[in-house]
Design a protein around this ligand. Structure first.
Ligand SMILES: [Zn+2]
Length: 412
């Protein structure tokens, strides 16, 4: 999955499920791989329900058994497990502070990737790891930045890189022979370089081999010729060696070198969402300068562009600092929608119904990204969620966290 609306939605659901906590071990997570026989699962659940009758605490017993029963009822709607398998979360979730306020909630999910194995887990929270793994950006790049003074190994996944290992060297600088003979000094130095390359290779193997099948490529960078010698010397495992897609000269080492490598390897990383996100934001700013009529930004403008069907692409910051609320007057039913800044929720206090003057209202929060995504799918605009905490995320934030590129035809 890419940085699309669907991915955002799925991630949001997982976040919500993560917040749910049961009392005791009352929450059930059920993973069914493709091909699993539904009737076998129902039978398994009936056994579990029988087992649960041994639970001493009356309320816990009741909650677990009702949850299992709810799952069985859902499963009866399926003749077979769907293509990627099926995942069900069910349990008694407290709705208030007191014991006894629990309500059975059930979530049935057809996952975006195949479920690997059958699992039935009872715990105080839902077991979400296999689903979280599915939405992790799969494409990864191994990054090695080095010179003779040391090396760093990082992994770039989606828009984020993470430095995993630092490897230091103890190679004396060239031409500082001191009291030793020049030849002896050179030999020792060469040995130490070789030793350092070897250690760097071993560390890189440790970091990158476990994710070898996710690796799109390995990029090596650094000042001087050390990176070339390292590559030529086959210090990496052969499976990684053949994944080297570039060796790029850099001015910096360490983490700064990693950032420089990512910048310089732009063309090679075109496919990664890092590049996509940045080029989308860049496009907006380029247009703002050249053809400002083709850009709308800020929530109101973008909303209008979407409603009129003139928006082609929508860029929205994942943590957009505003939210949309629907206010409904309890007295006369008058409704209005408002966009408010997340840090100024109090701005609603003192609201007065313009129709009847009532001050008691109901509030419904509307997820802005979801709302824009739906508007977009109705009018054929593509929505991209941009990662916060990036340079381009900050640029988009300066535009209110949301911008639209308008269709070319609409320009007068
Ligand atoms: Zn009213």
């Amino acid at each position: 999955m890419s940085l699309t609306y669907e991915r955002y939605e799925f991630r949001k659901l997982l976040k919500e499920l993560k917040k749910k906590k049961g009392r005791g071990t009352e929450l059930i997570s059920l993973y069914m791989p493709p091909g699993k026989n539904v009737y076998d699962v129902i039978k398994y659940l009936r056994d579990e329900s029988d087992q649960a009758s041994n639970i001493k605490d009356k309320l816990t017993r009741k909650n677990v058994q009702s949850a299992i029963e709810s799952i069985i009822q859902k499963l009866k709607l399926y003749r077979s497990v769907p293509g990627n398998g099926l995942v069900i979360f069910c349990g008694a979730i407290p709705q208030g502070r007191d014991r006894g306020t629990e309500k059975i909630e059930i979530y049935v999910i057809e996952p975006p990737e195949p479920v690997r194995s059958f699992q039935y887990i009872c715990n105080h929270e839902f077991y979400l790891e296999p689903l979280e793994d599915m939405i992790r950006e799969k494409k990864a790049y191994g990054l090695i930045v080095m010179d003779r003074g040391g090396g760093v190994i990082a992994i770039l996944r989606g828009s984020n890189y993470k430095v995993i290992r630092w490897v230091s060297s103890d190679i004396p600088p060239k031409h500082s022979a001191g009291g030793q003979s020049q030849r002896r000094f050179e030999r020792i130095r060469e040995e130490r370089v070789h030793d350092f390359f070897k250690r760097l290779g071993i560390r890189a193997n440790e970091v990158l081999l476990p994710i070898e099948n996710e690796l799109e490529g390995i990029l090596i960078g650094g000042p001087g010729d050390a990176r070339e010698k390292f590559e030529e010397g086959n210090f990496l495992d052969y499976r990684l060696q053949r994944k080297i897609i570039a060796s790029i000269p850099l001015s910096y080492t360490e983490e700064q070198g990693i950032r420089e490598l990512i910048m310089k390897a732009e063309d090679l990383l075109k496919e990664s969402s890092l590049y996509k996100e940045r080029s989308l934001v860049e496009e907006v700013f380029r247009l703002l300068v050249k053809e400002s009529g083709r850009v709308a930004y800020g929530i109101k403008e973008v909303e209008n562009a979407l409603i009129s069907g003139s928006a082609e692409k929508i860029l929205v910051l994942e943590d957009i600092p505003v939210k949309k609320v629907k206010i409904k007057c309890i007295q006369c039913g008058y409704e209005e929608q408002k966009v408010i800044r997340k840090d100024r929720e109090m701005s609603l206090s003192g609201w007065k119904c313009p129709k009847c003057g009532g001050t008691v209202y109901e509030l419904e929060e509307i997820d802005i990204i979801e709302y824009l995504g739906e508007l977009g799918s109705q009018t054929g605009a593509e929505l991209f969620v941009i990662s916060p905490g990036t340079e381009w995320g900050a640029q988009l934030k300066a535009l209110g966290g949301v911008a639209a590129v308008l269709r070319y035809e609409m320009r007068e």
